[in-house]
Design a protein around this ligand. Structure first.
Ligand SMILES: NC(=O)c1ccc[n+]([C@@H]2O[C@H](COP(=O)([O-])OP(=O)(O)OC[C@H]3O[C@@H](n4cnc5c(N)ncnc54)[C@H](O)[C@@H]3O)[C@@H](O)[C@H]2O)c1
Length: 598
């Protein structure tokens, strides 16, 4: 959070976001909010259910995730029998937040014995573990596998319908394709794959096999992001010229060896000199089982190039270029994903940046992946025009520009991430001509009005409370009501909006898994394989029962992250090409600009 904001200014920003959401909802302009007394959006029948439930006249609450994401008709379905493949840190988070009414975990699979134990026992409020979620006796019946092939061989016995894959980046496409071959629907963690041709391969495989492929960029399923994006789409921020995304962490304290139980960890693989959350200790139990031969047999098309050399590479996969995609893949991809959505589901035009191993090195943890990245993207603004194949100016969506007068409307999106200072931590600042929005740590949103200096006495800025007007039937606009302390009209928004800490509907993990299950059941009801058919405008015909972050959406995020890595490595400004984003075309950034270091 910015250094010079007082607690009162933060409170004003938070209240402003709630006020604006409420005002827009009452004007019938928000799908993510419900209003008591009158339908906010008569088109949506489910709002009537909300209203029937007795919302007081004028009161505004966020609609439930199920209603907003379109799976409120779940009742009567049985849970989808699901296996979790990869029971490490993220697997633990997903299990901890899944809803057994939608996804019943019937099996888990991991090559690391320590992580198989961890998923059962759990370790924290976030990673609750199967014992706590299902009860010990039921959890004991959840089958455990050390090999994916063994799990797949028993899929019919298990009644398996779907898998959730939370394994390292270099394994995603191999595991996902094997599961699709077995007829299973796949929810795979991000980043989609280690290179763009592998992403295209995964999309083709899902189409050929007629199964769902969802990728875990959870912001697509966050009710808080949904509200924030609706506010932006209503034009409240005006002309957006800059998004500043950041993910700053401090992983650099000298390592204290005595803090670890020495016998527990395989010392031959080295323990870190400096704390580095990516350079983890290797448990002795894993080291014993996972010999290089075992690791080579995991099904990589080229094990020497893409596989794990030894158990340390498996445990520390984020630290190596062939197994991970660095800070852009791990952190930046989420925030560039959000930026693309905020700007109207557009792709960036160009990227350049500086990245490197500026802190770690031979005398510290000598990992390969960059510990610092500072990247600048050029995104198309609302009035950005490009030339079509016949040389005519068209908008990003291909619509013609009547007077052929182009405009260089660029939104600059910066992403910074490094390891030695966590002062502002993480979030996205969206800066428009009429207002500023800050999405903080996936859990809070703030809104401030930009002062209109052409109007005498106009108040704006950090202390000012706002309402939203649509005077004269015009577009919604932020109006100052008073400075902080004077109140700004009343809105009662439920806890979900702006709620801090862990809120499942806000975080998006739970809702992404629930919607995945809903889509599976809906396709089964149709008794036909999943179809990714598109209409003449290129839109998915069955979009309502395809996961929101399906293959093509997630491939765009991978292209953005991986091309940023290329730009930093080659020290070039790289222009994105439309054909890269077309899953049916063979064009990929690696062919033109060379693969990143492997
Ligand atoms: N969406 C998010 O916010 C988010 C957050 C963190 C991680 N992730 C993603 O989740 C994935 C996993 O990350 P993590 O932090 O859990 O890593 P991790 O190293 O803690 O866990 C990965 C697990 O996969 C297992 N594994 C590797 N190859 C396997 C195979 N062939 N078969 C079965 N198991 C195998 C490993 O043994 C390990 O237990 C990554 O793609 C990561 O980018 C997403």
């Amino acid at each position: 959070m910015a250094l010079d904001l007082t607690p009162e200014q933060k409170a004003a920003g938070k209240a402003n976001f709630e006020q604006a959401s409420g005002d827009l909802a009452r004007a019938g302009k928000m799908n993510s909010m419900a209003v008591g007394g009158a339908p906010a959006n008569a088109k949506d029948p489910d709002r009537r259910d909300v209203l029937k439930a007795g919302l007081a006249a004028g009161a505004v609450v966020p609609v439930s995730a199920a209603v907003y994401f379109g799976y409120q008709a779940w009742k009567g379905n049985t849970a989808v029998k699901t296996a979790l493949i990869g029971t490490g840190d993220e697997g633990g988070v997903l299990v901890g937040d899944h809803n057994p009414e939608f996804n019943e975990i019937v099996a888990v699979c991991d090559i690391r014995p320590t992580n198989l134990k961890r998923i059962v026992e759990g370790e924290s409020e976030v990673r609750k573990g199967l014992n706590r979620l299902y009860g010990k006796s039921t959890a004991a019946k959840i089958r455990q596998y050390k090999k994916l092939d063994d799990l797949l061989a028993e899929k019919d016995k298990l009644g398996l319908e779907a898998v959730i894959v939370a394994t390292p980046l270099n394994t995603h496409d191999i595991i996902a394709k094997k599961c699709m071959d077995a007829g299973l629907h796949v929810l795979c963690e991000k980043l989609m794959a280690r290179d763009v041709s592998r992403c295209k391969g995964m999309i083709k495989h899902a189409k050929d096999k007629g199964v769902l492929l969802s990728i875990g960029h959870q912001r697509h399923y966050s009710t808080l992001y949904a509200q924030a994006i609706e506010l932006i789409q209503n034009g409240l921020l005006g002309d957006i010229k800059h998004i500043r995304a950041l993910w700053h962490r401090n992983n650099s304290w000298p390592y204290n060896k005595s803090a670890f139980d020495k016998n527990k960890f395989a010392e031959e693989y080295g323990i870190p000199y400096y704390v580095d959350s990516w350079w983890k200790a290797v448990p002795t139990e894993d080291a014993k089982e996972l010999t290089p031969d075992v690791l080579r047999s995991l099904g990589f098309d080229d094990p020497e190039k893409f596989g794990f050399k030894d158990v340390a590479e498996l445990v520390r996969w984020r630290c190596f270029n062939k197994t991970g995609g660095g800070l852009m893949a791990e952190l930046g991809s989420h925030q560039l994903d959000a930026s693309s959505i905020i700007l109207g589901h557009v792709h960036p035009l160009a990227v350049q940046g500086v990245g490197g191993k500026f802190f770690y090195g031979p005398d510290r943890n000598d990992r390969e992946s960059d510990d610092s990245v500072f990247v600048t993207f050029e995104f198309p603004g609302r009035n950005y025009y490009k030339r079509d194949n016949s040389g005519h100016l068209v908008l990003q969506n291909g619509k013609p520009v009547p007077d052929e007068k182009g405009k260089d409307d660029i939104v600059v999106v910066t992403f910074t991430s490094f390891n030695t200072n966590e002062f502002e931590n993480y979030g996205e600042w969206v800066m428009g001509s009429k207002g500023t929005m800050f999405l903080e740590r996936e859990s809070d949103v703030y809104l401030w009005r930009e002062k209109d200096k052409s109007k005498k006495g106009d108040t704006g800025g950090r202390d000012t409370r706002i309402t939203v007007s649509s005077a004269g039937g015009g577009k919604p606009a932020l109006e100052s009501t008073s400075t902080w302390g004077g109140g700004g009209g009343s809105t009662s928004i439920g806890k979900t909006a702006g709620g801090s800490g862990w809120d499942s509907a806000v975080r998006g993990y739970r809702t992404e898994m629930e919607h995945f299950a809903f889509c599976i059941r809906e396709w089964q009801k149709r008794k036909q394989p999943v179809s990714y058919e598109k209409d003449k405008d290129g839109k998915l015909v069955n979009a309502d029962i395809i996961p929101r972050c399906h293959g093509e959406v997630a491939m765009a995020d991978a292209i953005i992250a991986l091309t940023a890595n290329l730009a930093m490595e080659k020290k070039e400004r790289i222009v994105f090409e439309d054909a890269w984003f077309d899953s049916e075309k063979p064009d990929v950034p690696e062919t033109k600009h060379g693969a990143t270091k492997t």
